[in-house]
Design a binder for this molecule. Structure first.
Ligand SMILES: [Zn+2]
Length: 390
């Protein structure tokens, strides 16, 4: 099992354990007999460790009842409810806690932060937004509240607000958020491009480069804008710069780049660039592009010779597929039947493959996403390298 999953599964346990340990210390200091408390806690923890969360909740609920003043008990419970997906129960519990008279300001803001997370989880984004905005205004748990607000604005695709709050977060924590802000500007540029607002798109790209001069995505959108305007020489400059900025995205950058080389009739430049790439990039895309280039320029024989020599050094299923397609016409008789089976199997092998993977959470995808749909990180989804991948 992935150690991360184990860790994630044990988080609520760790949360309750830590809380329980702190209660013991408090109880000892106060001279309270902890023996009766601890047997119940041990029972609850035992249930948690055995993943019998229903029974664990029962025990902790009893404890909360028994010890009405303990805010931490309620917080631990609310957290458990939310993690189990019982968001309505978590909301009721946290709302009750917030409205409790005599609650210290510090505890109230912790409960508000939890309540905001409950609202987010249940899709009540307006309520969550208002609550987190209040916490920021009170300067209470402001960095956490700001991060939640940025997550909400990303979900709503309100990139201007996302940028504004990311900047505030930078000022507050001193952390560098510019790679994320550059992505927000790229989102704005892409939207403007799709709506035909080309000057606006260029202005957003300028802002993205201000944040991150080597922003591969901004280079890619720049290339696309130039290509759409028929400026293929400029598109080539931008797309070559994109590969130099981050060659991991080569499989996505090469198709439009090859198109612009062809439109600008710069096939010599294409060959030189791809040849150069082969020395420092270990994926199969440049090899397949060169195979295609040689097929068009020098004929099928030259293309197959080049590809065969390359595949001996770098085994690749995608390369094999290209080779099978190129040689199919030459196979006759009984051997052809077997050949077709082999070709069919190879195609199925490729179809079932995830071509991209998030290097933060392991999410696999067939198409590229700039933001991981699973862990919401930016630029972490990359083409998979290896025999069956890039
Ligand atoms: Zn991810």
């Amino acid at each position: 099992m992935n150690p991360l999953y184990v860790l994630a599964a044990l988080l609520p346990v760790a949360f309750v354990l830590g809380w329980w340990a702190s209660r013991l210390v408090v109880a000892r200091r106060a001279g309270v007999d902890v023996s009766t408390l601890s047997s119940d806690y041990f029972r609850g923890l035992n249930y948690l460790l055995n993943e019998e969360q229903d029974k664990a909740i029962e025990v902790f609920l009893k404890l909360a009842e028994y010890n009405r003043d303990t805010v931490e008990t309620h917080l631990a419970l609310g957290n458990l409810f939310r993690r189990r997906g019982e968001v309505d129960r978590a909301i009721r519990l946290h709302q009750h806690l917030v409205s409790r008279p005599g609650l210290s300001e510090a505890m109230k803001t912790v409960a508000l932060l939890e309540l905001g997370e409950d609202y987010m989880r249940s899709g009540l984004l307006d309520r969550a937004e208002a609550l987190f905005a209040d916490l920021v205004a009170m300067n209470s748990h402001a960095p956490s509240a700001l991060r939640h607000l940025i997550a909400i604005y990303q979900h709503e695709r309100d990139w201007h607000k996302a940028i504004e709050h990311a900047r505030r977060l930078e000022v507050m924590t001193g952390d560098d958020e510019t790679p994320m802000i550059a992505q927000f500007y790229c989102e704005l540029a892409e939207r403007a491009r799709q709506h035909g607002a080309r000057a606006e798109a260029r202005e957003y790209l300028h802002q993205a480069f201000e944040c991150q001069p080597e922003c591969v995505r901004a280079f890619m959108i720049t290339g696309r804008l130039h290509a759409e305007d028929g400026q293929h020489a400029e598109a080539i400059d931008a797309l070559e710069a994109a590969i130099k900025a981050d060659s991991a995205f080569t499989p996505d950058i090469l198709p439009p780049l090859l198109n612009s080389y062809a439109r600008a009739q710069q096939m010599d430049r294409a060959e030189a660039f791809l040849r150069n790439m082969m020395g420092r990039y270990h994926g199969v895309s440049p090899i397949l592009a060169l195979t295609n280039l040689y097929r068009q320029r020098d004929g099928e024989r030259a293309a197959v010779d080049f590809l065969t020599a390359q595949l001996r050094q770098r085994p690749s299923v995608r390369g094999l597929m290209t080779l099978l397609d190129a040689t199919m016409d030459k196979i006759e008789g009984e051997a052809r039947e077997n050949f077709l089976i082999l070709r069919d199997l190879t195609r199925k092998l490729l179809e079932g493959q995830a071509m991209y993977r998030c290097n933060r959470c392991g999410f696999g995808a067939k198409a590229h996403h700039w933001q991981c749909p699973s862990c919401k990180s930016w630029s972490t989804i990359r083409p998979i390298h290896g025999v069956a991948g890039e």
